[in-house]
Structures are given as C-alpha cells and as structure tokens.
Write a protein that binds this ligand. Structure first.
Ligand code: NAD
Length: 455
C-alpha cells in the first residue's frame, strides 16, 4: 500500500474544509455509532476469538466507553468548536481578543492491543469531533479485532477522511516516516520513544498514552473488605491486561495479613475462570511466557498455577515482595498482584518515587492528611481515592500520563482539545490608533506607558 498517497489524499480532503463544518462532524460521528451498533455481533465475535473475552466485559470496557464518547461529542461539539472570547488589555483597546479552535489536520492514531476497540476508536472520535481526518493503525496483536475495524470503517467511510491501515512494526514505521499534523499513540514506553523521535523529524505534535507501574497504597484505617473487593475487580479485569490496573499494592504492615485474606476471599467469590466466561485469556504466548517468568512460586499466596495450552494465568497474589524482585522490575500487565508493605506514609511515598512517574495511583485511606500528603508529593497521571480504575470512566476528567507514563491527555472535551490548535486573534478597528508606541520616543511617552498601559 502506498501510504504517502493515502496521506496526500487526506491532506487534499482536509484542504476542502469539509471537516470544518460542524454538521459534517456530527454526521460522521453518527455514522460511526450506527455502524458499531449494527455490527455489535461481529465486534463481540472478533474479541472473543482474540481474547475469549465475554460480551459483558466487552460492553463495559469497550463499546459503552466508545458510545459515551460519541454521545458526548454529538451534544457538545458545537460548543467546543466555538470561538472563545478573551479579555483585551488597555494597550489594544478598542480591540477585541478571541481564540479560535482549529483542527490540526491529518491525524495518525496508533492503537494498543489490550482494549483494541476503545483505544483505537476513542482517539479517532475526538479527532473527528475536532475536525481532523484520521488514519487509524490498530494493534496487529489481536488480529481479528484489527480486521473487523478495518472492514467496517473502510467499507463505510470516505477513505480520504477516515481510513484504517492494518499492520505491525513495518507498516507503523513506514507510516511514521510520513508527515502528519498530529500523532496520537497508545502503547509501551519504548515504542512511545520511537514514535516521539519519528514525529520530531517533522515537528509533529504528539500525544503519548504510555504505561508504567501504578501503585495502590493502603493505610491501616481502611474498610478492608471494600478495599479488597474494588482492588480485585480492578486488577483482574481483562486478566490484568490494563494500563491503569493496580500494578502492585503497598499496604501498611499492621493490616497486611487481614488484607491478604480479604483479597483471597474476593478472588474466590469473583469466580474468575475462563470456562465460565468471567475471565480473559493472556493475549499471546510471548506475554504468557513473560508473565510466567515473573511468578516466584516461593512467594505465591493465591493462584500461580498456569495453563499454557489455554493461555490462562489465574489471579495470582504474591506476598512478602521486595522492590528488588523480578516482578517489580517492569510493568506487569497481567494477573499478578505483588503485595509489599510499609510502616510510615513517608516510606510508602519514597518507595513509589523510586520508580518512574506512574500512569495511575490509587490511595485507600480514611485520613485526609495522608490523602493530601500523597496527592501533593507523588506525581502521576490520574487516579482514585478509595477506588481503582473507575476514574477512567469519568468523561469530565482528562486521561493521560506524566513523565514516563505519557504526554498529553484525552476523553470528552480534553480529546477535542488534543486534536485542536487554539489560534489566538486580536482584532482591531481602523478608526483610532494612539501614537504612544511610535517614534519619536520621549520620556513623557515612556512615563505614560509605564503608568497607564502596563507595557
Ligand atoms: P506496543 O508499544 O508494543 O504497541 C503499540 C502500537 O505500536 C501497536 O500498534 C504496534 O503495532 C506499534 N508498534 C510496536 N512496536 C513498534 C515499533 N518498533 N515501531 C513502530 N510501531 C510499533 O504496546 P502494546 O503491547 O500494544 O500495549 C502495551 C503497553 O501499552 C503497556 O505498556 C500499557 O501500559 C500501554 N498502554 C497504555 C494505555 C494508556 O492509555 N496510557 C492504554 C493501553 C496500553
């Protein structure tokens, strides 16, 4: 496939200004929703073949999120795209100032495999709402979901406006050679660096949605049962293959044993078995082997018995884990939960800060000073107090990382902003032009400027 030709056509289509019309954006967003709704069975089938993921989990973690993003954009896009008034200083009166959101132009969205639909389509929705054209390159790892997105989108959209290009490293590398007006990437830190370097050659702005080790910090005053229940759900949903899953737990030493037994109880209650469709497979053999090697059988408290044939790793909890253990060296991205302990909040904060800035941080505590201290002293993308992962579902919150966990954010109006340039305009009438800034310069003029104009 000649990618340059595709991008040239996107550039040409963008230059017709069709995408700048709000009715056009609304029509295309509605088209996307209709196509997805009509083809839900195909979407469920593809994800089942790739992950053995249930319809229930696919709906709550993929389709419902996509539909919400479309619905919000349909209601708000006119408002988001409106000119925004700004105040004007004395030096420029009688003029007026305003900000015009304009679409960046041609956009490349590169998706990750773990939630293949929403991680590809939510950025595309935001780009369409902002008035851009989109080339979407979904992850090749879940091949059926990539194929079904290509089929549905390429059949139903003008290819000069919205086009899916399938492929892996080779295809993405070729796409990254071409100049886009914006690149939105979701994936790992090492590939994020490759994308950033490729974008730098063209000075293309990027959003990088990356990963890292997201901690859950639990103090001794919590409701143990509720904490364990929420943690177990967040950690083992999608078999832990979630960028914002709690990667590891730091629990105050005095409640460690109670916390462990409550986590065990909730894992048992949750019935996470592939044979009853509550649980998900590990995506491929490479990840299965990577995860299996992280399990230190001497430290396993729950689970640990893996099934290579079915690519299933049961919910696995490891206790007495140290920061020097293998499982603490990289993002886990699977159903293994290491439990570490701390004695003071300062110690917990220091431990988290030994690692890169996480994408998420979860703080379970009833203490306001502890909560404030942790929020003040640890830098991370976003998170929750006394819960895990649910902040992702709030469209009013920007979603993204900081430092190694990413650059930029999206969701709701933040997605629109991510794909927009905000053009600043000062507009003046012709009928007056004071002489203060013009030569000949004089002390009198300078004093006047200093006192009244603030220049
Ligand atoms: P990945 O970096 O391997 O792949 C992401 C995309 O990059 C895929 O489309 C892939 O085809 C492409 N790619 C892979 N290698 C490439 C290369 N050498 N050159 C160019 N393109 C390349 O990531 P993944 O395995 O799909 O996802 C797992 C990672 O993504 C985890 O670190 C996870 O935390 C992170 N993640 C982050 C978010 C988020 O929203 N912040 C969401 C999901 C996953």
């Amino acid at each position: 496939m000649n990618y340059q030709e595709i991008i040239d056509k996107h550039q040409h289509f963008f230059n017709t200004h069709a995408t700048k019309e709000i009715p056009f954006r609304i029509k295309e967003l509605k088209r996307l929703k209709n196509i997805l709704k009509k083809n839900e069975t195909l979407l469920y089938d593809a994800i089942y073949k790739d992950f053995k993921k249930s319809e229930f989990e696919t709906y709550i973690t993929e389709l419902s999120i996509i539909y919400h993003e479309i619905d919000l954009a349909l209601v708000k896009v006119s408002k988001w795209a409106k000119k925004k008034k700004a105040s004007t200083g004395l030096a420029n009166l009688p003029g007026k100032s305003y900000i015009l959101p304009e679409p960046y132009g041609t956009v490349l969205v590169i998706g990750a495999w773990n939630y293949p639909y929403q991680l590809s389509l939510c950025p595309a929705i935001a780009a369409i709402a902002a008035g851009c054209t989109v080339v979407l390159k979904p992850s090749e790892v879940p091949s059926r979901t990539s194929a079904v997105m290509a089929e549905l989108i390429n059949k139903n959209f003008d290819p000069h406006f919205f086009k899916v290009v399938e492929g892996g490293v080779k295809e993405t590398t070729e796409l990254l050679d071409i100049k886009f007006d914006k690149i939105f990437f979701t994936g790992s830190v090492p590939v994020g660096k490759i994308v950033y370097q490729a974008a730098a050659k063209h000075l293309t702005p990027v959003t990088l949605e990356l990963g890292g080790k997201s901690p859950a910090i639990i103090t001794k005053d919590v409701n143990i049962d509720m904490t364990a229940k929420r943690l177990v759900w967040a950690k083992f949903l999608n078999a832990g293959q979630t960028c914002i899953a709690p990667d590891y737990v730091l629990v105050e030493s005095s409640i460690k044993d109670k916390m462990l037994s409550s986590i065990k109880e909730h894992i048992e209650k949750s019935e996470y078995h592939v044979d009853n469709d509550n649980y998900t497979q590990i995506i491929n053999e490479k990840n299965f082997d990577r995860l299996r090697n992280m399990i230190n059988t001497d430290k396993v408290y729950v689970g640990g018995k893996v099934n290579k044939e079915e690519r299933v790793i049961p919910p696995t909890v490891m206790k007495d884990v140290e920061f020097s253990d293998d499982v603490m060296q990289d993002e886990i991205f699977g159903p293994i939960l290491p439990i570490l302990t701390f004695d003071t909040v300062e110690e917990a904060i220091d431990k988290v800060k030994q690692l890169s800035k996480p994408l998420s941080c979860y703080v379970f505590t009833k203490s306001k000073p502890t909560r404030k201290k942790i929020l003040n002293e640890i830098s991370f993308g976003g998170g929750a107090i006394n819960d895990a992962m649910m902040h992702f579902t709030e469209q009013t919150l920007p979603f993204g990382g900081v430092g190694n966990s990413g650059i930029g954010n999206y969701h709701g109006k933040y997605g629109f902003e991510t794909f927009s340039h905000y053009k600043s305009i000062l507009q003046k009438p012709f009928w007056i032009e004071p002489n203060f800034k013009y030569p000949p310069y004089s002390t009198r003029k300078l004093n006047f400027l200093k006192r009244f104009i603030g220049l």
